[in-house]
Design a protein around this ligand. Structure first.
Ligand SMILES: CC(C)[C@H](C(=O)O)[C@@H](O)C(=O)O
Ligand code: SF4
Length: 467
């Protein structure tokens, strides 16, 4: 047998049918559903008089549109948002799928809830009508974002039509330096490869610096695979993975656990497997980074300066000029001199317990700079509860942060947490497009520790100076 990559192995184990032109039908192990991309899919099922093929493998949770303020039981003011959340509630109950409603402590961002509840397991195929489904690849699961018509197809058949992608290896060698985190890895990879660098590929992240990451950190890395253009991101499962999964509500138990482990231990790329593209970064070379522009590839070490359009080539010259104009930045300005108005800590990229710990470690005994707004939005109700138990919530509150309920919140402008025109935000989320956090809002992406440091000083800050 020829050597295979991890992607090849999971793919081969799930192919139900392959046509001569390479079109495949893949079996889907887990289908995660949120309120934004599912209403029409359920409507389609109703119209066709069909049910959900595997309700026990389908998990629904509202996240994008839910308010995260403490008074959210008052309901959703925006009509469109309210209709979506109500539709999910009705659909989940009518079709008998697993469901975490907004008042359930297990509610949260779908990509945080899936792993937390043990729905996401190594070797699985996982889909969701959401591009950041790549997050689940951290478990060595093949996790694709899909569109609404595909959501309907998966609901009805538990299969997905796909063509196989190419194999790309992203290796991070050696160790990270102090103050450098998973977020800096994933942003630096996109900085190096560009937002189109992964187009057509499934990325496997490997190397010592990846092995050294916790599951939380691995999820942060895979979460942004999509921002690098890839179809999915993967990390081979190991002891760290098994330890995280063990004992979770929907993880296998007893003899089933043993059987699962026997298969999970085979889930790594074979020596000599073929890679269509290889990118290597040295862990020691990665610095704490921030984005300066309106694309996740606009990444620089915090010690850098705002670039000039002429520093780029081709179409990027014009794009950079437009970015700088939108962001209100002048070439040559030290990144550390950029003043900010708002800090947002949360999202499926960085809303897990370890992220809150990292931010709290910087904030302990300090205050948010006068006049700024700062919020922490835990990724799930359980993350929130754990943070309260660990005393992190109190650190945030004492520092002057708002301590919110779980949801996507200010990651995107689909709920009341939005930036005003011109407002500048240090954000731990994954997208910085024009208007992403609100019309005219300006986003700088960074790690939770960097965002916390910026909250204290009021400008972009090198976290290493505060450690
Ligand atoms: C709303 C949803 C479909 C979207 C996505 O696909 O990623 C959102 O989660 C985002 O991050 O932009
Ligand atoms: S937290 Fe942000 S990136 Fe993640 S699913 Fe929600 S909107 Fe998308």
């Amino acid at each position: 047998m020829s050597p295979k990559t991890l992607y090849d192995k999971i793919w081969d184990a799930h192919v139900v049918d392959e046509q001569d032109d390479g079109t495949c039908l893949l079996y889907i192990d887990r289908h995660l559903v949120h309120e934004v991309t599912s209403p029409q899919a359920f409507e389609g099922l109703r119209m066709a008089g069909r049910g959900v093929r595997a309700p026990e493998k389908t998990i629904a949770v509202p996240d994008h549109n839910v308010p995260t303020t403490l008074d959210r039981e008052k309901g959703i003011e925006n009509e469109e948002s309210r209709i979506q959340v109500e539709a999910l509630d009705k659909n989940a109950r009518d079709f008998g799928i697993n469901y975490y409603p907004v008042n359930d402590i297990r509610q949260g961002i779908v990509h945080i809830v899936g792993p937390e509840q043990g729905w996401t397991l190594p070797g699985m195929t996982v889909v969701c009508g959401d591009s950041h489904t790549a997050t689940h690849g951290a478990f060595g699961a093949l996790a694709h974002g899909i569109g609404t018509s595909e959501v309907e197809h998966v609901l009805a058949t538990q299969t997905l039509i796909q063509r196989k992608g190419k194999n790309m290896k992203v290796e991070i060698t050696g160790r990270l330096r102090p103050g450098v985190t998973a977020k800096d890895i994933t942003l630096s990879v996109i900085g190096a490869t560009g937002t189109a660098g992964g187009t057509g590929y499934v990325i496997e992240y490997c190397g010592e610096a990846i092995r050294d990451l916790s599951m939380e950190g691995r999820m942060t890395v895979c979460n942004m695979a999509i921002e690098g253009g890839a179809r999915a991101g993967l990390i081979a499962p190991d002891e760290v993975t098994f330890e995280y999964v063990k004992g979770r509500p929907h993880a296998p138990k007893g003899a089933q656990w043993e059987a699962a482990m026997a298969w999970w231990k085979t889930l790594s790329s074979d020596d000599g497997a073929h890679w269509d593209k290889v990118v290597t970064l040295k862990g020691e070379d990665i610095a704490p980074v921030v984005t300066w522009g309106t694309s996740p590839e606009d990444v620089l070490p915090i010690t850098g300066v705002v670039p000039a359009p002429e520093d780029f080539k081709g179409g990027k010259v014009e794009a950079a000029a437009r970015s700088l104009d939108y962001m209100g930045l002048k070439p040559g300005t030290p990144l550390k001199d950029i003043k900010i108005d708002t800090v947002f800590i949360g999202s499926c990229t960085n809303g897990r317990i370890e992220d809150l710990r990292a931010a709290a470690a910087i904030l302990k005994g300090k205050r948010v700079k006068e006049g700024m707004r700062a919020m922490v939005v835990p990724g799930s109700g359980l993350v929130r509860a754990q943070a309260e138990e660990e005393g992190l919530a109190q650190i945030f509150i004492d520092a002057g942060f708002e301590w919110r309920l779980a949801g996507c919140s200010m990651c995107l402008a689909m709920n009341p947490d939005q930036l005003s025109p011109g407002e500048r935000c240090a954000a731990t989320s994954n997208r910085n497009f024009e208007g992403r956090q609100g019309r005219g809002g300006r986003t700088h992406l960074m790690s939770p520790a960097m965002a916390a440091a910026a909250a204290v000083t009021g400008h972009l800050t090198d976290v290493r100076e505060m450690m």
